[in-house]
Design a protein around this ligand. Structure first.
Ligand code: AMP
Ligand code: MG
Length: 352
């Protein structure tokens, strides 16, 4: 890795020398210093995050990003008793003053809820709990229980007035479908403010990139094979420049009963885990928050509705993977995505 950076540094140095007829004098930082990678790993939002930024500002920038995700985790955690989300969920119908991050997320969640006709609904937490996804003690709740819990859901009933938010009594909000995307997007802003022009942030299945690699080539990320046991295989490689890519899959948290898989992505129209042939949905676009919300929502929608939504809304690209091993990609990704051979998948490129 280091050798590669040094090599690209040397190449750039020789090009620079070729252009200017000499090497720029100090105190301009040397090109190899500009190319150096700075890494920081941190555990937040129940997952390992790994940040890499290039350039002289890189180390300070990744440290700032790591602090930011830990702070956001504390603010937005649905289980942490000190979080703003906890305060909101336990306010018994009373107004709660929220900070700017929670407000931004609530506003984005509502907008995406409306845009996706309710496929994304951040008020499903009581159902997520009832099925056991918060504890791992899985169970299939009775029809009456589900119907009663659904009564207390509905993203449109979150009342936002300036910095004050009111939830109807019994309603609970959970940012599980959006928080990592929001965190990644916010970290990208912080890194850019510090002058970083080349970085990759990995927040579990959420990837955020700034610019390209220091050598000018795109970032290359592996998309997980949903059928792979223990994440041992990848479906293909996606190239990114200045984009976010977020995947939702039925392999993340699930249980099986009587040959049926129940995954952690809930269908708001049934109050049950989503049942359709999709095994994963990847969204590529400029905003991590939107990509994260849409990866969950399009998974709920299933292939046909998801593609209808992509055609009408636009502004992002999609990779859909189905149980029958068909992979569907939108045409904007035709040059960015390559399928791995030998896994039995068929690649289908959609028409505009
Ligand atoms: P993701 O992995 O981004 O697809 O988000 C899934 C997480 O979001 C779940 O673990 C739940 O906490 C929450 N969730 C599940 N279904 C939905 C849904 N339809 N809308 C919003 N949040 C959901
Ligand atoms: Mg999501």
């Amino acid at each position: 890795m280091k050798l590669k950076h040094l090599m690209s540094g040397l190449l750039a140095l020789s090009l620079l020398a070729g252009c200017t007829g000499g090497i720029a004098p100090s105190p301009t930082p040397s090109v190899s210093q500009e190319m150096e990678a700075h890494n920081k790993d941190t555990f937040a939002m129940d997952t390992l995050m790994s940040f890499t930024a290039y350039g002289p500002q890189g180390q300070a920038a990744v440290e700032t990003a790591a602090k930011e995700v830990v702070k956001l985790d504390q603010l937005l955690s649905v289980t942490g008793e000190d979080s703003e989300v906890w305060a909101l969920n336990h306010a018994q119908g009373q107004p709660t003053v929220m900070g700017e991050d929670a407000l931004a997320l609530l506003t984005a969640a509502q907008a995406l809820g409306r845009a996706t006709d309710g496929a994304l609904d951040v008020t499903l937490y009581p159902l997520v709990k009832a099925w056991g996804f918060t504890t791992g003690s899985y169970q299939i709740p009775g029809k009456d229980t589900i119907a009663a819990l659904l009564e207390n859901t509905g993203y449109d009933e979150i009342a936002i007035d300036g910095d004050t938010v009111t939830l109807p009594q019994g309603m609970e909000v959970d940012f599980g479908a959006l928080a990592k995307g929001y965190a990644g997007e916010k970290c990208v802003k912080l890194l850019r403010e510090q002058g970083v022009t080349s970085a990759i942030l990995r927040l579990s299945g959420n990837i955020q990139t700034i610019g390209a690699k220091p050598d000018g080539s795109p970032w290359r990320i592996a998309i997980r094979d949903p059928e792979s046991i223990n994440n041992s295989d990848y479906l293909g490689v996606l190239e990114l420049v200045d984009q976010a890519a977020v995947t939702s899959g039925n392999y993340e948290r699930y249980f099986e009963y009587d040959g049926v898989r129940y995954c952690h992505i809930m269908d708001p129209s049934t109050g049950a885990p989503t049942q359709n042939p999709l095994t994963s949905v990847t969204i590529v676009g400029p905003s991590g928050t939107a990509c994260d919300g849409l990866s969950t929502a399009l998974f709920v929608m299933g292939r046909d509705r998801a593609l209808e939504y992509w055609r009408s809304a636009g502004g992002f690209e999609v990779i859909l993977v189905e149980q029958d091993k068909n992979v569907w990609i939108t045409p904007g990704l035709a040059d960015q995505f390559s399928l791995k051979d030998g896994l039995g998948y068929t690649l289908n490129i959609l028409e505009e």
